[in-house]
Design a binder for this molecule. Structure first.
Ligand SMILES: C[S@@+](CC[C@H](N)C(=O)[O-])C[C@H]1O[C@@H](n2cnc3c(N)ncnc32)[C@H](O)[C@@H]1O
Ligand code: SF4
Length: 379
């Protein structure tokens, strides 16, 4: 089997661990970047028989991929299989002219820049290394080497944030005219240092989330961006010379396509089986040093689970989801009728097949509506 179109590569190293972050990261360890790249390439070698050639997308995420020693980052990028879309996540404080040129020369087509906010006091709360000037500088440095597909990550619901701060962030982001924006609701895990420090204020923010979300959607769609996924926006084709600027890597996830992930903590879903590499750097390096697969959790996915995932992910998009027999089985008919009458979902047709989409109001309520659609699992 060699038909997997999407490859995720995890580079976990960061200069500092931000309080709110729940991703698999490793602080510093410059001395180990080279051996980690060796291990990534060894894992890829073990799994490459599932990959299509050429691939549709490669996504190099983190951690902070652009904090990786530049020689090692270049060695990795040069060794990755070719793809139409190659995205690298970048942190603003790491973006220099040298890095931007390296990424461009290595064939990277898309940059995802972690801005999070343009308000200095909110960036302090998040413990970010880059202030607003560094975010803007990084953006222009990437433009200077002619990157024409740059995405900005922003967060709402940051402790201390007000609707005026959100408006200011939206205006600052739009002034840069990025091709793509991801606007995430800040998730704070219970029991973390961050939640402990900001507990009461996080509660207040939680109550304001729905308003923030609508404020972001209205402003960005008003500025000519397509709200193509719950938290993602791209310049509409008429503003983008006809280009489709959606993240094709993430579209693969939302359409429940198979994908291969390599690196610590990386997840793969191939042929109805999901596996997740354990987060330990030591265990990962040791196993791949011996040429064997790293320690993993493996989970076979049954048809019911896969169909529920397809529904949950597919309805995040602004395109109607075709309802095949598997999907129809996990939808509760009476809930479907009730939600249609309530103006939250919109049944339709694609050719002879039924389809389903969330209405605008349904999209504001998001996953809650989809979960209501689920039929009970048969005993
Ligand atoms: C895996 S992070 C890595 C990106 C990069 N290291 C950075 O910090 O900008 C990718 C994105 O996830 C989002 N993110 C990280 N932690 C989050 C959280 N607790 N809740 C919501 N989004 C989060 C941020 O917007 C971030 O840019
Ligand atoms: S830089 Fe990004 S990946 Fe690293 S700790 Fe901060 S949010 Fe997490």
């Amino acid at each position: 089997m060699s038909n997997v179109q999407h490859l995720y590569v995890h580079l976990p190293f960061c200069v500092h661990r931000c309080g709110y972050c729940d991703f698999v990261t490793v602080v510093g360890r410059a001395g180990e970047h080279g051996s980690y790249v060796d291990a990534l390439l060894a894992e890829l070698e073990l799994e490459k028989n599932v990959l299509a050639a050429p691939l549709e997308t490669v996504f190099v995420g983190g951690g902070t991929p652009t904090f990786t020693e530049l020689g090692e980052l270049r060695r990795l990028l040069d060794a990755l299989p070719p793809a139409s879309e190659v995205t690298v996540e970048a942190n603003p404080e790491t973006v220099t002219g040298e890095l931007a040129s390296l990424l461009e020369e290595a064939g990277v087509t898309r940059i995802s820049l972690g801005a999070q906010s343009f308000q200095p006091q909110l960036l302090d709360v998040l413990e970010r290394q880059a202030g607003p000037d560094a975010v803007r500088r990084a953006f222009h440095t990437l433009r200077d080497v002619e990157f024409d597909n740059i995405s900005l990550d922003l967060l709402y619901g940051i402790p201390g944030q007000s609707p005026a701060d959100l408006d200011a962030d939206l205006a600052e982001a739009l002034a840069l005219a990025p091709e793509h924006l991801s606007y995430y609701e800040l998730e704070a895990k219970p029991g973390t240092r961050f939640t402990h420090a900001h507990g009461d204020e996080l509660g207040r923010q939680a109550e304001a989330m729905e308003g923030y979300f609508e404020q972001a959607v209205e402003t960005l769609t008003g500025a000519g961006y397509r709200w193509y996924e719950t938290a993602n926006f791209c310049l509409a084709p008429d503003r983008a010379g006809g280009r489709d600027l959606r993240s094709h890597h993430n579209l693969g996830y939302w359409r429940a396509s198979d994908y291969l992930g390599v690196g610590i903590g990386a997840v793969s879903t191939v042929g109805g089986v999901r596996w997740r590499n354990l987060p330990s750097l030591r265990g990962y390096l040791a196993a791949l040093g011996e040429g064997v697969a790293p320690p993993r959790e493996v989970e076979p996915l049954d048809d019911d689970t896969r169909a529920r995932e397809r529904l949950l992910l597919g309805l995040r998009l602004d395109e109607p989801l075709p309802l095949d027999a598997g999907l129809a089985e996990v939808i509760d008919r009476s809930a479907r009728e009730r939600l249609t009458r309530g103006g939250l979902i919109e049944p339709g047709h694609i050719g002879a097949a039924d389809s389903l989409a969330l209405t605008k109001r349904g999209r504001f309520l998001g996953g809650g509506v989809t979960v209501e659609l689920f039929a009970d699992v048969p005993e």
